[in-house]
Design a protein around this ligand. Sequence first.
Ligand SMILES: [Zn+2]
Length: 292
Amino acid sequence: MDPLGLCLDPIASSMNHSCDPNVSVVFDGPRLVVQALRPIKKDDELFISYVDATWPYERRQAELHDRYFFDCACSACVKGPTGHTDIFLDERSSRNPCDVEQSVLELMSQARPSEGTASLSLLLEALRKCEETKIWPSHRQPLPEIRRELFLQHIKSEHWAKALQQGLYLYFFVYPILHPQPFHPTRVIHVWTMAKIALYIASEGDDSVKSSLGVASLDLKIVVLGLLLEAEDNVKRSHGEDTRFAKVVHKKAEEIKLSLSQGEDPVIMKLQIPQQWELLRQLALRGEKEFT
Ligand SMILES: [Zn+2]
């Protein structure tokens, strides 16, 4: 689908917009794959979201009005700016979140065309401004977008430990709220990306990245296994079993299971996943500046 939402597929083009969609859409090469996000009864209307529905009410309304020429009155928008996309932790705070939001959006637009350190420092400044308000929930935009851009910028800059830590924060504390379904395409792609980062760190000859994570008992082999199993479990419902992405995930998961379990009992390895997840959660909570 292009940015204007034009689509020549007769079934896809019959789908209406909702900021609380009941289906997701992904591409498998030229093929459009539509997957249910929740149970859908016969004759129920299918809704996709034409915009990023994780943003606050005003922003969604403006974007839909400017790009698609309608005022959205979906089940989320009829409630106005009262949903989880909008509210702050304390609405009575003396700080004005609208002023902060404006300056944060400006920092983000300066960060986008920048590269490396310049982009990172602008994004970190934006993150700091949101967090200083002390009323900004971790799932309230633009905070998740700042973290996602930091995650991508750390990957580009090959800061693997920081990329993993930022990715883990999104994994534990942001995406489960923005996308409650573990099989939401955004979450499955994120899990897959983190599996690749963890695999890269685990297979690096240089131990400095591993030691900079600072969690001595972290076993990256188990982490890779856990992330791949999670991606494998959910890809059927996020993308469809016969898609190219699902096939790549299954192939990699099989390869890794085989190579990791040589000499080790795969059942025992799986039993270690919950303990490793507790360590990952602690890693996610540690501040950005701790990593070098
Ligand atoms: Zn709406």
